[in-house]
Design a binder for this molecule. Sequence first.
Ligand code: NAD
Ligand code: DAU
Length: 339
Amino acid sequence: MKTLLVTGGCGFIGSNFIRWQLATYPDVEIVNVDKLTYAGNLENLVDLESDSRYQFLKGDICDRAFIEQALAERPVDAVINFAAESHVDRSILDSGPFVQTNIVGTQVLLDASRQAGISRYVQVSTDEVYGSLDKDGYFTETTPLDPSSPYSASKTAADLLVQAYVRTHGFPAITTRCSNNYGPYQFPEKLIPLFIANALQDQSLPVYGTGENVRDWIFVTDHCRGIDAALRQGKDGEVYNFGGHAELQNIKLTKTLLDALGKPHSLIRHVEDRAGHDFRYAIDTTKAERELGWQPAVSFETGLQQTIDWYLAHRDWVERILSGAYRDYYDQQYGGRLA
Ligand code: NAD
Ligand code: DAU
């Protein structure tokens, strides 16, 4: 696994993955293909620009000629597909870009990777493909796919394409499904960085509905370690779930964040619920533990403190995002709710 072609490497998890790979494996070389959508930020990898093992290619995974060329220009050992439209709320406002990038983009990558004879392909997917749990139970790799949002439906469609290429063409693909990530460089539309940013500005924290919905939080480098384990030790055609063993109700998490930041609970505003809001996600990680020797290593307390410290130290990074086109999305998403 010398040369990896990573897509979506300028986003949250992709940038953490690239930094972790280069820090962990001295001989690895990474080509990062990213379209630089609103969520892609060259600043996330600015520290690696002078690293001769790292190369950035601006481009769209839906652009077949561009992807074919990227794979023809150099020998690539594996493709890891992070590129996606990733935010559920945006998929409710407009599902078009989700269908395009998450489904068509995956199809293009599968075809081009197959044509180039790539020996390993990793599809970075999500636990949201399994739908919603009630108070009990866990998602395993054999839980039926039952997506609720346009985002999760598009990720499910991509997973099924990967499965079809494995079964039909014997294509050497692996699919990973992970729970909610948090950590440095997460775009401040997602719960944890959004609420940190709002709290620091003494603005309301919009909790959807009752706030009793549960998510399982995993520190981003634990997810990166899991993807790496699947890449290097996983079996062709398999699916591996990753989770943080840190289930929390949104309202509890919100109060924990406010306490950690020394801000009052009166900033909490219960607003109209998310349409089709999944109640609970929880992951059974037995397979990854048994077959990949993987376990999450960062406790929620440690990871959350590191995350808060990072956002406090990078207020300028957040500021640059908040002052750009993101403002329009925020007004569209929350204007009516917080009015
Ligand atoms: P993100 O939104 O932070 O980053 C997505 C990246 O993909 C951006 O850099 C963007 O510019 C790029 N991109 C989007 N469309 C593209 C296209 N057509 N061509 C090339 N690049 C494109 O997302 P993230 O949170 O880092 O998630 C990365 C992957 O992990 C996604 O596939 C997501 O479904 C999956 N995932 C995320 C989580 C989570 O909690 N964030 C959990 C499980 C799985
Ligand atoms: O589970 C993995 C998924 O986690 C990934 O596939 C997605 O890419 C990622 O965005 C994330 O999806 P969620 O919808 O769970 O994450 P989000 O941060 O948007 O929301 C987390 C919870 O917080 C969810 O129950 C909705 C709630 N929420 C979110 C926002 C943005 C609020 O109450 N208020 C908010 O303003």
